[in-house]
Design a protein around this ligand. Structure first.
Ligand code: MLT
Length: 218
């Protein structure tokens, strides 16, 4: 890897069906959960958005050997200074990766699970315009920016578990309210299960991406 701004270990997969004259494909930014890595969510990409490009970084923080995207002080208690710094670090990486690999930085759609969903919502709020849309599986409130940015009509899907012991229903609703306050176009889905990602999450997210015209081709 020669470009030093590509400071995350990562996987990049170019769009598989790009043809000249076809619309610009989306790039899925895959963000794993605590203890995951850049390979974890790769199998989801063809189910979520067939043919899309994929950028999948590994979180740089290690918690007892488990990669994360930012530090936490306890379960659900985040180190907010670290979160903010690492959110911008991730945003800079995505910008650098777009230049390096030649994808459109305005058509990046984040898809994050748990800790990955939390850095994705932080990126949405801290760097308006960095993401064209986001799919947040089992996300909770992370960054609350002051002042609130404007995310006019940015599509965001929250897919949560009705019996998730880590992310209570009210926490998902708090996140939805925060994003709506910023002007995002929020869709809220509750799955019957807990924190675990399910096939239903992925299938519904795929349908949502198609409805929002965020699949390849656009
Ligand atoms: C996790 O285990 O990843 C938490 O539920 C979410 C987080 O710490 O960001």
């Amino acid at each position: 890897m020669s470009d030093s701004r590509l400071s995350f270990d990562h996987v990049y997969q170019p769009p598989s069906t790009a043809k000249s004259g076809s619309p610009t494909p989306v790039t899925l930014l895959l963000l794993h959960g605590t203890g995951g890595n850049e390979h974890d969510l790769l199998p989801l990409a063809p189910m979520l958005a067939p043919g899309a490009g994929v950028l999948s970084p590994r979180g740089k923080v290690l918690e007892n050997g488990m990669p994360r995207f930012f530090r936490r002080l306890a379960e659900g208690v985040f180190d907010l200074a670290d979160l903010e710094r690492r959110t911008h670090d991730l945003g800079d990486f995505v910008t650098a990766a777009a230049a390096h690999y030649g994808f459109d930085p305005h058509r990046v759609v984040a898809s994050g699970f748990s800790n990955g969903a939390n850095i994705a919502s932080s990126l949405l709020l801290a760097r308006p315009g960095a993401l064209a849309a986001a799919v947040l599986f089992r996300g909770m409130v992370s960054l609350i920016p002051e002042p609130m940015p404007s995310l006019p009509q940015t599509p965001v899907l929250l897919s949560s578990g009705r019996t998730d012991p880590l992310v209570p229903v009210q926490e998902t609703e708090r996140l939805a309210a925060l994003l709506e306050l910023a002007g995002a176009d929020v869709t809220l889905l509750f799955q019957p299960g807990g924190h675990q990602l399910t096939r239903a999450d992925v299938e519904q997210a795929s349908r949502w991406l198609a409805e929002k015209r965020l699949m390849f081709p656009a």
